[in-house]
Design a protein around this ligand. Structure first.
Ligand SMILES: [Zn+2]
Length: 163
């Protein structure tokens, strides 16, 4: 993966980018950029279409991502871009949003320190290893929690460490 080598300074501070332009700038798929916006905390200027991202926001995001990639996140924690550190999920709870037609999905939890949303791509089988002792709800589709169409299934993993 070239992710760790993305250069934040490719983004110009004083312009805005569409997701397509971000993809071209960093030689990524548009799907990756959309995932950054939906799950990884890359904030667009507003909720309008097309999605526009400010260059300064993009620089900060890519720099934080590169920094996070250098440090592995220990089990039981996810990387919080707000804290710029590995944090435990608040209330030991997380959601898993499976991607359609694949065994992978996104883990989403709230940071217990700042309350920000933390995300991580993972295969479902890896979730108990990534978050031991955390109650993980499986969500339908990749929608936000508030938009879920059906009540989620709840799966509790055994804690493999003593509190
Ligand atoms: Zn945080």
């Amino acid at each position: 993966m070239a992710r760790t080598r993305l250069n934040p300074r490719l983004a110009k501070l004083n312009r805005t980018y569409t997701t397509e332009e971000v993809a071209r700038l960093y030689n990524l798929s548009r799907e990756t950029v959309r995932r950054w916006v939906r799950f990884a905390g890359l904030h667009p200027i507003d909720g309008r279409r097309p999605t526009l991202i400010h260059g300064a926001t993009l620089q900060t995001f890519v720099a934080a991502r590169r920094e996070a990639a250098k440090r592995p996140t220990p089990a039981g924690r996810l990387h919080c871009f707000g804290c710029r550190a590995a944090r435990r999920p608040a209330l030991r709870m997380a959601d898993f949003h499976p991607s359609r037609g694949r065994g992978a999905g996104n883990i989403r939890a709230l940071c217990e320190t700042c309350g920000g949303v933390m995300n991580r791509r993972a295969r479902w089988e890896a979730v108990p290893v990534i978050l031991p002792g955390v109650e993980v709800r499986v969500m339908e589709g990749e929608g936000r929690i508030a938009e879920r169409p059906t009540p989620p299934a709840t799966v509790a993993f055994n804690e493999d460490e003593n509190p």
